[in-house]
Design a binder for this molecule. Structure first.
Ligand SMILES: Cc1ncc(COP(=O)(O)O)c(C=O)c1O
Length: 329
């Protein structure tokens, strides 16, 4: 199993700080997520039904009806490699590591590519997998570029897999409305922008035969009734979505300014995190953790990723901890 952010209970044990005292900035999850109300009893008691209105709410939000809900986009990430014969798979690197892990586990030949190597490698690939915007670098690909790559891959029965887990705050980046074009697979998540990571709900958008194959492989009722109910209402709440898009953009800029003030100028970002390349990464991670603030340090130990604080006292706490950090690292 790969390492991920969000292991606050583990951190509590390791640093001897009670769970409720932690400020968890180790993920890219919106700290002020969609406000989940009390759920009707039926959604707990009855089996989930495909005609419950989730499909229509998702089609309105994503701009396509060629969608399959899955138990987190992770479920689609793990299953996609089983739906093709052994292939040469180019995967953006660094990126969300579950992609490479999943394709490798199914014996595909994985080729790590940085953003500048894709154009020249594409005609030798069967599948290209990337995140747009990318986690953790914040690198972005223009929709036109992606659609050209899709065409070149599809000409040889290849696939372009675009993970748009962080695209909700920047809808202009998304190519999900092109779902249905041959070879195009788009993944979305309710975990990040909606702040509903615990619900375990995401979507795969693709041409109908691939969606049918995915559904057949995953089996019935993979998304539970409460998750479907919550997603249906969150996806319909355009007022919350508009306000949240604005707030996240503002808060992400505020976080970049705060980090820069303390010598940690971000090298990449999305609306939900700021990434910092610094030789002080490991030391900074350790010292922040000792004051109860968990950030993500990446395995090459020179990259830190900061998620957004939520409440005003969380911003103040981070500010004070960064000030102390400047004095000692
Ligand atoms: C880029 C990216 N894609 C997908 C996922 C998986 O999200 P989920 O399974 O919660 O939808 C993550 C989680 O961290 C991610 O960072």
């Amino acid at each position: 199993m790969l390492e991920h952010g969000g292991h606050i209970l583990e951190a509590a044990q390791r640093y001897g700080i009670p769970r409720e005292e932690w400020l968890d900035l180790s993920t890219g999850i919106n700290p002020i997520g969609w406000p989940v109300p009390a759920l009707p009893l039926d959604v707990w008691r009855r089996l989930p039904e495909a005609m419950d209105g989730l499909a229509a709410a998702a089609a309105a939000y994503y701009g396509t009806s060629l969608l399959l809900p899955v138990a987190g986009s992770q479920a689609a990430i793990q299953t996609l490699p089983a739906l093709r014969g052994v292939s040469r798979v180019g995967i953006l690197n660094p990126s969300y590591r579950e992609h490479a892990h999943a394709w490798q586990r199914h014996q595909h030949r994985v080729i790590a590519l940085d953003e500048h190597q894709i154009e020249s490698a594409i005609d030798k690939l069967d599948v290209l997998v990337l995140c747009n915007p990318n986690n953790p670098t914040g690198c972005r690909f223009a929709p036109d570029t992606l659609l050209r790559w899709r065409e070149r891959l599809a000409a040889r029965a290849g696939w372009l897999v675009v993970d748009e887990a962080f695209a909700d705050a920047e809808p202009a980046l998304s190519i999900i409305d092109h779902a249905g074009e041959p070879g195009l697979v788009v993944l979305r998540s309710l975990g990040k922008f909606f702040g509903l990571a615990g619900v375990r709900l995401g979507f795969i958008a693709a041409w109908p035969a691939l969606l049918a194959q995915m559904q057949e492989t995953l089996g019935p009722w993979t998304v539970n009734g409460p998750a479907r109910w919550i997603a249906r209402h969150a996806l319909r709440d355009t007022q919350w979505q508009d306000a949240t898009r604005q707030r996240l953009m503002h808060d992400s800029t505020r976080l970049a300014e705060l980090l820069s003030r303390y010598g940690l100028r971000p090298t990449g970002s999305t609306a939900l995190f700021q990434s910092v390349h610094t030789p002080r990464a490991q030391a900074a991670h350790e010292q922040l953790a000792r004051s109860g603030i968990l950030v993500r340090v990446f395995s090459d130990a020179s990259n830190l990723r900061f998620g957004l604080p939520g409440a005003p006292n969380e911003w103040e706490r981070l500010d004070a901890a960064l000030a102390r950090l400047g004095e000692t690292t």
